[in-house]
Write a protein that binds this ligand. Structure first.
Ligand code: PEP
Ligand code: MN
Length: 334
């Protein structure tokens, strides 16, 4: 309450809360009185208490996300993607081309990924491009290529869906559906992927706070799908040396706040091949449950994100990092 709030103003707040079925605990200090509310928080929100005379501020203490919060679910979740575990006792490498371009390119990239120790293959068939003139992906033809390569190489596939209308089509091929940074707050799309029985990788919006990201995950969870992994892929800052700034703090912070596994994408955050291995090492050290990286057999010919794609030399270093570092943190490679 404001320091000059009257007794009637305090009573009005307490009575309103009680009439709404909540409890109100009044603590009187020397200068201020604080009213602690216990009960259904969402209902308290609709009381608009901050507009009441004499109220100085309304501060929410509990997290606005319930299903993905660690409060209600102390053990870290393990998400099973067609038999591949992403969770606290494993470390998972996900690798593949940024975009599916041809069957040959996808197969070559998948073999590179597998040789480096990847357990899952990534690759976009529907590409959310900043420019409408840029390569938009092969659509369902790309999904068919991914499915063929999965059969040939034996790696389950992770692929992006950009439109709620395509969720069923993408889910009929994919082992895990990716929601990209540009769609993190596309709530209709989040609800659509929440209603299908496939795991979801939810990338952090490039301008989103961690709380907004967890609220986005809550949209998926609320529809009944708790097989969610969160992917930190870099955020926009004033820095121009890198494509985005990898928010490495997000890994331990999200692990404290949520039970969901955390993946790091060092390719889209740095945007530069030479940064992918150091950022991957940092991600593993910070406790990431997986990293997802772009690889390409001929980055100079790539239709999307060639400058960040790993080639054979860097992949060897990455393979060494994912083999040697996770065991130091008590994890085995998926
Ligand atoms: C991607 O992974 O291919 C991609 C488009 O990533 P982001 O949404 O993080 O930019
Ligand atoms: Mn990309």
């Amino acid at each position: 309450m404001a320091s000059d709030a009257t007794g009637e103003q305090l009573d009005a707040v307490v009575e309103t809360v009680r009439a709404a079925g909540g409890s109100a605990f009044v603590s009187r200090g020397v200068h201020r009185t604080i009213v602690g509310l216990v009960g259904d928080i969402e209902q308290f929100q609709s009381l608009n208490l901050q507009t009441f005379a004499g109220v100085a501020d309304v501060v929410r203490i509990s997290t606005p996300y319930k299903l993905v919060s660690r409060d209600n679910h102390p053990a870290t979740s393990t998400v099973n993607v067609a038999g591949v575990e992403i969770g606290p006792s494993t470390f998972t490498l996900i690798a593949g081309p940024c975009a599916v371009e041809t069957p040959e390119q996808t197969l070559a990239a998948a073999r590179m990924a597998k040789n480096a120790g990847a357990a899952l293959l990534r690759g976009g068939a529907y590409k959310p491009r900043t420019s409408p003139y840029a390569f938009q992906g092969l659509g369902e033809k790309g999904l068919r290529i991914l499915a063929e390569v999965r059969d040939e190489v034996g790696l389950p596939i992770v692929t992006e869906v950009v439109d709620a209308h395509d969720v069923d089509t993408v889910a009929s091929y994919a082992d895990m559906l990716q929601i990209g940074t540009r769609n993190m707050q596309n709530f209709g799309l989040l609800q659509a992927v929440g209603s299908i029985g496939k795991p979801v990788m939810l990338k952090r919006g490039m301008n989103a706070t961690i709380e907004e990201w967890l609220m986005a995950a809550e949209y998926v969870a609320q529809r009944g799908n708790l097989d969610i992994v969160l992917c930190e892929r870099g955020i926009r800052t004033f820095e121009t040396a890198t494509r985005n700034t990898l928010d490495i703090s997000a890994v331990p912070v999200v692990h404290q706040l949520s039970h969901l596994p955390v993946v790091v994408d060092p390719s889209h955050s740095g945007g530069r091949r030479d940064l992918v291995v150091p950022l991957s090492r940092a991600a593993i050290a910070a406790g990431a449950d997986a990293v997802i990286v772009d690889v390409h057999p001929h980055p100079e010919q790539a239709l999307c994100d060639g400058p960040q794609a790993l080639v054979d030399e860097d992949l060897e270093q990455l393979a060494a990092a994912v083999r040697d570092l996770p065991p130091l943190l008590g994890r085995r490679l998926s």
